[in-house]
Design a protein around this ligand. Structure first.
Ligand SMILES: Nc1nc2c(ncn2[C@@H]2O[C@H](COP(=O)(O)OP(=O)(O)OP(=O)(O)O)[C@@H](O)[C@H]2O)c(=O)[nH]1
Ligand SMILES: [Mg+2]
Length: 299
């Protein structure tokens, strides 16, 4: 057999650049990216095929101390990826990426069986700091854990990415590809489209609202002429938040709709008619039944 296949998990604290790296590795914008922490809520697989190797990259939610049931589901989802990952990439960032903050993650990774997965360290955002700071950081982490390899990259600028992909390819098991060659993600287009709308909302809204926002599909209807009508429901936890999402004379939701439609249309390669509404569901982030209905795993 001349093919290789494996899962590569991208893990770490919120905001270190996991989703930016996934998009860079796959070469398409699959995962949503914002400057806010806790942007990614579920694991998202992006698939890359190169010569004989197929790599299934798993972008995961950032690991943090959960408060709500939704937080718990997110963190559980991230940890779920280590069960099947052939390579685990612990991602850190120089500015806030202190060893102490990653201590919990490292402790858990150290409990894995030696041959369960290769674990590497990826220091991202190297464009933001000078090399001496990087060396100190790598030194501190390397003393704490025996990483199979350390990479210094900038997911945003593209530095170090080729070397990283080459190492992944060289270190995956031999075996048949699990996904058809034309598949680029495990996620449904419906769920990717909901994420796109959430990204546009996160980029526009401030304060605590982002953590209380959910987006779900009401209706997805293929029309004539390769066009699609999509109705989405934006879920918020408070009446005041509904007003903010709508904005003065509907200005916010209108712009979100325009921005989201463009990206969804690009993703699908189809003309999209997008309709958004807003619903208040008090404390939905702590409602297990609701979370399940909205597509989140069992808390
Ligand atoms: N300067 C710089 N910024 C980066 C780099 N990679 C990511 N970012 C920025 O860091 C922020 C967070 O990026 P994400 O990719 O959403 O981070 P994440 O780890 O997926 O975050 P969560 O989903 O919240 O866990 C965004 O504003 C990115 O543009 C990088 O290499 N350099
Ligand atoms: Mg993310």
């Amino acid at each position: 057999m001349n093919t290789n296949f494996g899962y590569v998990a991208l893990m770490g604290e919120p905001n270190v650049g996991k989703s930016t790296l996934l998009n860079r590795l796959v070469g398409t914008k699959l995962a949503i990216v914002t400057h806010k922490a806790q942007t990614t809520r579920t694991n998202l697989i992006g698939i890359q095929n190169r010569e004989g190797t197929q790599i299934a990259f798993v972008d995961t939610p950032g690991i943090f101390n959960p408060k709500t049931k939704l937080d718990q589901v997110m963190v559980k989802s991230a940890w779920g990826s280590i069960k099947y990952a052939d390579i685990i990439s612990l991602m850190v960032q120089p500015k806030s990426g202190k060893l102490e903050e990653n201590e919990g993650i490292i402790k858990r990774l150290k409990q894995l069986e030696k041959d369960q997965a290769k674990i590497i360290l990826i220091v991202n955002k190297i464009d933001l700091v000078n090399p001496s700071e990087l060396l100190k950081l790598v030194d501190a982490f390397s003393k704490r854990m025996d990483f199979a390899k350390v990479f210094l990259i900038s997911a945003k600028k593209g530095d170090g990415i080729e070397d990283l992909i080459e190492w992944y390819s060289d270190n995956l098991p031999k075996g048949p590809w699990l996904f058809p060659p034309d598949q680029i993600s495990s996620q449904s287009v419906q769920s990717l489209a909901c994420d796109i709308t959430r990204e546009k909302l996160l980029l526009r809204l401030h304060q605590e609202i982002p953590y209380n926002l959910g987006v779900e599909t009401d209706q997805w209807k293929e029309m004539k002429n390769n066009e699609v009508r999509i109705d989405q429901n934006i879920v918020v936890a408070r009446d005041g938040h509904k007003a903010m999402v709508i904005g003065a004379s509907g200005s916010c939701i209108k712009q979100v709709g325009i921005d989201a439609r463009k990206d969804i249309s690009k993703l699908l390669g189809q003309k999209v008619h997008l309709f958004l509404r807003v619903t208040v569901r008090k404390k939905w982030m702590d409602d297990e039944k609701r979370l399940r209905e909205m597509g989140f795993g069992q808390p």
